[in-house]
Design a protein around this ligand. Structure first.
Ligand code: SIN
Length: 308
């Protein structure tokens, strides 16, 4: 038997213990419920739900998705059911699961984040928050907050005061120094840091001679961004003393192991779920097989192995 369990919030009074390091990335796995008939999602380490706002949102104009070489551009614009429906309809289902569910929260103002955090505090079925200061597809807030250390810290400090839940903060790569943002967020009370969200990009429809996405720009995810994400995880893991959750183009167990060896305690599978909904489970099984083959008893032996 190998020990895959990971403590994601060691500094938090209750902690956030995951049975294994494989999580789903926000926005790529709905509310988990959509996938529960496809495989045993309870085997995963944690599920992170779609970015949630105070009010329901319809999102950006279509088209909102474009495939690129090795990647996917999205400009969804945080289409979601809103916090009230989440608390009423989704949380009771999650409360019957043993896999922890983490709610990704997104806002246009600091007040939006604190209201979301305080409304979710103490709701059965919610094990933690992922503070999304990294969505590139909304007119205000989102990645604006994550682009510099001061505004990232401001949101983190405010959410910390508003919740007793373990708090992950999800960073954007669209910044000049992600390690500085990570340091600010760590100082402001984050329990863990997830990175990276999508890289800002665009595509042009040459027949129409117009931007392809209705929102003009979008966020790039998928294998194309993996080397960038890996580098940023390596940088951030060297800058802060907090668990890191690596995300960005992870498709296989080898990809996941690269992130873990770069310093990630856990990883999120995102875009890969669109082509193969079982991808997170395959990644988990592949990590386990690797550990058995290499005679590694505890996943923590691999965390940061490439840094030593
Ligand atoms: C979106 O809904 O536009 C993507 C969410 C995100 O990047 O956080």
């Amino acid at each position: 038997m190998v020990n895959l369990s990971i403590q994601l919030a060691p500094k938090h009074p209750r902690g956030l213990l995951l049975a294994n390091p494989v999580m789903t990335a926000s926005g790529t796995f709905g509310y988990g419920t959509e996938y529960s008939h496809l495989f045993d999602i309870q085997k995963l380490g944690a599920i992170v739900c779609k970015g949630t706002t105070l009010e329901p949102r319809d999102g950006n104009p279509q088209p909102r998705l474009a495939e690129t070489a090795g990647g996917l551009l999205n400009s969804i614009g945080l289409e979601n059911i809103g916090i009230n429906a989440l608390i009423k309809e989704k949380a009771p289902i999650w409360a019957s699961w043993h896999v922890p569910v983490i709610v990704n929260i997104a806002g246009e103002t600091v007040g939006d984040y604190t209201r979301l955090a305080s409304q979710l505090d103490g709701v059965a079925g919610i094990s933690g928050l992922e503070v999304n200061i990294s969505c590139p597809n909304i007119k205000a807030g989102g990645a604006e907050f994550g682009a510099n250390p001061d505004s990232a810290a401001e949101v983190t400090t405010a959410v910390r005061k508003a919740t007793s839940l373990p708090m992950l903060v999800k960073l954007t790569p669209n910044t000049s120094d992600i390690a500085k943002v990570a340091e600010a967020v760590a100082e402001a009370g984050a329990d863990a840091i997830s990175l990276i969200n999508t890289l800002k990009g665009m595509a042009i429809d040459i027949a129409k001679r117009r931007p392809l996405l209705g929102n003009i720009t979008g966020g790039l995810s998928g294998p194309a961004i993996k080397p960038v994400a890996l580098y940023m995880v390596y940088e951030v893991a060297g800058a802060v003393d907090l668990p890191i959750i690596g995300c960005g183009g992870i498709t296989t167990a080898s990809d996941a192991l690269e992130f873990i060896m770069a310093g990630a305690s856990a990883i999120q599978v995102g875009t890969a779920s669109f082509t193969d909904p079982r991808a997170p489970l395959d990644v988990l099984e592949g990590i386990e097989q690797f550990m058995k083959k290499e005679g590694i008893e505890n996943i923590s032996e691999l965390v940061g192995a490439a840094r030593r």
